[in-house]
Design a protein around this ligand. Sequence first.
Ligand code: 5GP
Length: 187
Amino acid sequence: MNKEQNLIVVSGPSGSGKDTVVKALMEKYPTVEISVSATTREKRPGEKEGVNYYYMSVSDFEKKLADGEILEHTCYCGNYYGTPKAEVDYRIEHNIPVVLVIEVEGAKNIKKQYPHSTTVFVRPPSYEELSNRLRGRGTENEEVIQVRLARAVEEMEYAVDYDYVIVNDAVEDCVEELYAIIEQSRK
Ligand code: 5GP
């Protein structure tokens, strides 16, 4: 087995429910670990430093970039997001399955650097459902929701580039599908 096969990249538009699916996966299958990204966006209520993200200023993020500590990064809806090298290298080296939950540009970038990684796209069941989930979350204002919806429509077109596409109509089913993909990918 190539060690890069431990790397699973999950993408999906904002509101696809990918974070809920990955969180449920970690709870059910704790041998699978998640890479915590760095971001310059504001912490949402209930989020925790080092659990959801490493929150930092733009200048700190740019310093990490310049120091080569970030594997890939993007600017998403006005904020930086990036995968710290340290989150990935150690796990790959020690054969620990690791999931990266990142947007489409980042996923492309990782696949280029780690061709043996596996990419999974999580789709919402419909546009209406996506819109309802974004609004139902109640954490973003209407302007941000509109930007995220527009970006979500764009992102949906990238699904064809992924190794697998799964539809999130029921979280438990999606968790099982994703776990089966992880198991399969590490053979
Ligand atoms: P949110 O602000 O909703 O937490 O994340 C916005 C988007 O950024 C999501 O699609 C999320 O998966 C993506 N994202 C989070 N961390 C990273 C990262 O390290 N790199 C990239 N490329 N995207 C990320």
